[in-house]
Structures are given as structure tokens and as C-alpha cells.
Design a binder for this molecule. Structure first.
Ligand SMILES: Cc1cc2nc3c(=O)[nH]c(=O)nc-3n(C[C@H](O)[C@H](O)[C@H](O)COP(=O)(O)O)c2cc1C
Length: 207
């Protein structure tokens, strides 16, 4: 068993999502599950620009990418292989402008390739190709909360990420939400509850 922790917060020791992920991983590290860290901000994630987009469309059309497009395609495949080598995932995901941090969207754009993450049939549509994997996701936001009004923002973070995971074939998704986590009277209590939930989730993962 191998678990890959994909972290999307660049805030290091100040990050609420990384702290919750740490609580989850404390439980996992006592087991025989191998944990690999993938800090999406570490500078190794390839870009997904003109060459990569050209490669993707070539492959989608049944052609082989060439030159710079082939290079971009190989970098995307290498990132996918690292992702696919894990049996389970932990994502730590801050809310940024109601959605996910762009580095996580970049990761999604890099790995979501035909024949790797998804298949496509003109008659039946998309088919996810990741099988037998599961995901735990830690979500944080400072202002948005599900019980607050629209003036506090909306959630395109969890629905987007979970739609992508299901689309890719990962439908066992378990979550921890710590929101809102700033300027609330009971942030300390909510933080404690969220860490308990992270610990319980890790135990569930080991069953
Ligand atoms: C660029 C940026 C955009 C943010 N946008 C939102 C937002 O739209 N809604 C919200 O509730 N909090 C927002 N926040 C606050 C973070 O979601 C919050 O601080 C959260 O704890 C970040 O996760 P982290 O502590 O793991 O970094 C934003 C923070 C940053 C840095």
C-alpha cells in the first residue's frame, strides 16, 4: 500500500490544511502504509502550455506528438506515472478565490490525459481509468462556510475536486472540512473537531 500526499498550500507551518494532513499522516505512519509527499509547490510540476495542449489534442486525435509537443507529453506522462503508482491519496486543499489553488488545477491539467486518466467514446462519453483507488481530502477556507450567506462566498473547491476525482474513476472520497477558520468565535473548537475527524479518517483508511 502506498499513499501519496498531494499538498496544495504554500503556507508551510502556517497552513491549516497541512496541519490537518499532518494529523492524518501521524496515524498512517504508525502502519505499514508507505507515505510519499508531493508538495505541488516544489517546482517539479511541469507546465501545461501550448506544447502540452498540442500534444494532448494530437493524442486525442490518434496521432503521435512530435518535437516540443513530444517532450511536453513525456513530462505529463511521468507526472501521471507518479500519481498512478499510489493506491490512495491525501489531498490538502485550501480554498483560493472560491476554488482550488492554481497549482492543483495545473496538476489536474497535466495528468488528465486520454488513455491515462480517462477514455472517451463518441457514443458513451468519458470513462475514468483510475480503478481501486481512494482519496481523503482536507479542505480549508477562512471566510466561506456552508452555513454562511452568499456574502461570505461560494464553494467551487470541493465540488470541482470531487467531480474530477469521480470523473477519473476515484469514487471512494472521504473528507475533512475546516471552515471558516478565521475570525470566528469558535475557531479553536472547530479546529479540534477537524483534527479529530482527520485522525478518525486515517483509521478508517487503515481498515
Ligand atoms: C490566494 C488566496 C485566496 C483565498 N481565497 C479565499 C476564498 O475565496 N474564500 C475563503 O473563505 N478563504 C480564502 N482564502 C483563505 C484560505 O482559504 C484559508 O486561509 C485557508 O486556511 C488556506 O489553507 P492553508 O491554511 O492550508 O493554506 C484565500 C487565501 C489565499 C492565500
Amino acid at each position: 500500500m502506498k499513499l501519496l500526499h498531494l499538498s496544495a498550500s504554500p503556507r508551510g507551518p502556517r497552513s491549516e490544511s497541512l496541519a490537518l494532513a499532518g494529523t492524518f499522516l501521524e496515524v498512517i505512519r504508525d502502519s505499514r502504509v508507505e507515505v510519499e509527499e508531493y508538495d505541488l509547490w516544489d517546482g517539479t510540476l511541469p507546465a501545461f502550455g501550448p506544447d502540452a495542449a498540442a500534444a494532448k489534442m494530437a493524442v486525442f486525435a490518434g496521432e503521435e506528438p512530435r518535437g516540443a509537443a513530444a517532450e511536453a507529453w513525456n513530462a505529463a506522462i511521468a507526472t501521471f506515472r507518479r500519481f498512478d503508482a499510489a493506491d490512495s491519496y491525501l489531498f490538502s486543499v485550501p480554498m483560493w478565490n472560491a476554488g482550488i489553488p492554481y497549482i492543483l488545477k495545473q496538476f489536474i491539467d497535466v495528468v488528465s490525459q486520454p488513455g491515462l486518466v480517462f477514455g472517451f467514446d463518441p457514443a458513451t462519453g468519458y470513462r475514468g481509468l483510475l480503478h481501486g483507488k481512494r482519496a481523503a481530502v482536507v479542505y480549508t477556507s477562512a471566510v466561506y462556510g456552508p452555513d454562511r450567506g452568499p456574502a461570505f462566498g461560494a464553494d467551487f473547491q470541493a465540488p470541482y475536486l470531487e467531480d474530477w476525482l469521480r470523473w477519473a474513476g476515484v469514487d471512494d472520497i472521504r473528507t475533512v472540512h475546516f471552515r471558516p477558520n478565521l475570525a470566528t468565535a469558535d475557531a479553536a473548537t472547530a479546529r479540534r473537531v477537524a483534527h479529530e475527524r482527520a485522525r478518525d479518517l486515517a483509521k478508517e483508511f487503515l481498515q
